[in-house]
Design a binder for this molecule. Structure first.
Ligand code: NAD
Length: 509
């Protein structure tokens, strides 16, 4: 196996290349920082000095190691300087033609054993390698932003990549202190294949009037424990970049969820690109939490998923209260109350109140505390409003739960509310990817935890929550929306069948 001692980073004047060069130099490798434009290289060199300097200030690195790492980085705008490198990592523009041209030219410059790695997010490693003259020595090496801080690397082989080249590149990532996972050469590998459609779903939910971007972020962080809310992430990635990702994915996958949502195009046309332009989905508005709440009366029709037996919430009810809370199903209209709260499962609030005229249930508020299967209920309470729901009823419901310490969001009476609507297609994707051999369950989960800050990966979470339960929730949303993303994945159908609950299984084309 080739021993990698000297590394080159192409595109070192750009965002990803600058970070990758830091990773290589920090780990002790001679690093040629190559870019077409010297101005970018100068920027990156300054950033490198600042980054390593901060590491010294924080006691993570000695001054001598800092000086040595900077000395190992050699800037170049001359491709011939890469001749002696053992590994070349390209992080240049996301263009098949430009990347192929670079590798073809490098093939005439570098020694026969040099491995070429591509940091592409969306392109095929096999296509990038095609015709470059050393297809067997090209690998996918997808770093996460910012590369100098994120440990995850998605590694993939092209159709012609040799085991030796892949093993040597893999060993290098470990020697550089990174954490590699193996994925197939498929659009978006693991991380973007799960993230791009998920982000588009979030944008479509906003466009459909499901909830505000702020509430979507609260719901996902509180209900699922993600470190960063999806709207914050889209604003950070850039709305223009999210368009490019959708445009790259949709023609290859023909997955409608990957196609660019119209709202995204309108936002970009209006100059709202996210953090880089100062305006994106989030407005920065934060409503104050309630400190006082009205008293409530509890009516139990059955077991509650939100407040299981023994929960203190159940013992604080007052018989004469102006708010009624129906737990475990059931609803009795009572216009004399400020609010009548109805605990929901997968059904819409309209099932209880009716909605023929659109004015029913003006004091009715649906709610559910998010819970993954039989995990303990999360802190998240999703309130459900109908068109005529009064502001007073919503405010009373919000106050009751916020005073109990819950995080409260409001959404329209749409299938899946916020969390299930957004997360169930992702679970179906992950389960299908597992069937298709994209990656192992462990690597898929590791990718989401390390690359996206999830507390647990989609496979672990959906399995823990129960695949049969996933079938129920996903199918309920699919029945109402007809959207393919909610069609339960095969593993969920199998789990449901094994419960003996499915007679003849209907496969929807
Ligand atoms: P960028 O525009 O910030 O940087 C690209 C750099 O490549 C620029 O400095 C440019 O001068 C240089 N360059 C372009 N053509 C060149 C050539 N022929 N030879 C040498 N240098 C050339 O882009 P970026 O965001 O760093 O993305 C680079 C690659 O990394 C893309 O393939 C992208 O898909 C991938 N990627 C990006 C992210 C991200 O979050 N930005 C994450 C993972 C992977």
């Amino acid at each position: 196996m080739i021993q990698i001692k000297k590394v080159a980073v192409c595109g070192a004047g750009g965002t990803m290349g600058a970070g990758i060069a830091l990773v290589a130099a920090r780990a002790g490798f001679e690093t040629v920082c190559f870019d077409k434009f010297p101005a970018g290289l100068a920027r990156s060199r300054k950033a490198a000095a600042t980054f390593f300097g901060r590491s010294v200030e924080r006691g993570r690195m000695s001054q001598a190691d800092c000086d040595a790492a900077l000395a190992r980085m050699q800037d170049s705008t001359n491709l011939a300087d890469l001749a002696g490198c053992d590994l070349v990592i390209e992080a240049i523009f996301e263009s098949l033609e430009v990347k192929r041209a670079l590798f073809t030219e490098l093939n005439t410059i570098c020694k026969p054993g040099t491995i070429f790695a591509s940091n592409t997010s969306t392109l095929s490693i096999t296509q990038i390698a095609g015709g470059c003259g050393r297809e067997d020595q090209v690998v996918g090496m997808h770093f996460c932003l910012p590369a100098q801080l994120m440990k995850l690397i998605e590694m993939s082989r092209g159709q012609n990549t040799s085991n030796d080249a892949f093993a040597a590149a893999w060993a290098w990532t470990e020697a550089a202190g990174q954490l590699p996972v193996e994925t197939q050469d498929k659009p978006g590998f693991i991380l973007n294949a799960l993230l791009v459609p998920f982000n588009n779903d979030v944008i479509r939910a906003i466009e459909a009037g499901l909830a505000t971007p702020e509430d979507i972020d609260i719901a996902v962080r509180s209900g699922l424990g993600y470190k960063i809310g999806p709207c914050t992430l889209i604003d950070l990635i850039g709305l223009d970049t999210q368009i490019l990702l959708g445009e790259a994915f949709y023609p290859i996958t023909l997955d409608r969820r990957a196609s660019v949502p119209p709202l995204l195009r309108r936002m970009v046309a209006a100059g709202k690109l996210g953090n880089k332009s100062g305006q994106g989905f989030l407005t920065g508005l934060k409503p104050e939490r309630a400190t006082n709440a009205p008293s409530y009366r509890i009516v139990s029709a059955g077991e509650s998923r939100s407040f299981p037996a023994g929960d203190a919430f159940l013992s604080n009810g007052v018989a004469t209260a102006d708010i009624t809370i129906h737990l475990g199903g059931g609803y009795v209209a009572d216009a004399s109350k400020i609010a009548v709260l109805v605990e929901l499962e997968t059904e819409c609030l309209g099932v209880h109140t009716g909605e023929d005229s659109g004015r029913e249930g003006s004091n009715a508020v649906g709610f559910a505390r998010y819970r993954n299967g039989n995990d303990a209920p999360s802190k998240l309470v999703e309130l459900v409003r109908q068109p005529a729901t009064s502001a007073d009823a919503l405010a009373a419901a919000r106050a009751i739960f916020e005073v109990q310490g819950q995080d409260v969001v409001v959404c329209a009476d749409q299938p899946g509310r916020i969390v299930d609507r957004l997360v169930r297609p992702k679970y179906n994707d992950a389960l299908r990817f597992l069937d298709e051999g994209l990656a192992s369950a462990a690597d898929m989960d590791k990718t989401c935890c390390l690359g996206l800050g999830y507390p647990d990966g989609p496979i672990e979470r959906v399995t823990r929550g129960g695949l049969a339960r996933h079938f129920d929730v996903s199918k309920a949303i699919h029945d109402m929306t007809g959207l393919l993303g909610y069609l339960p994945a095969r593993r969920a159908v199998v789990a449901k069948a094994r419960e003996g609950a499915l007679g003849a299984i209907t496969v929807v084309a």
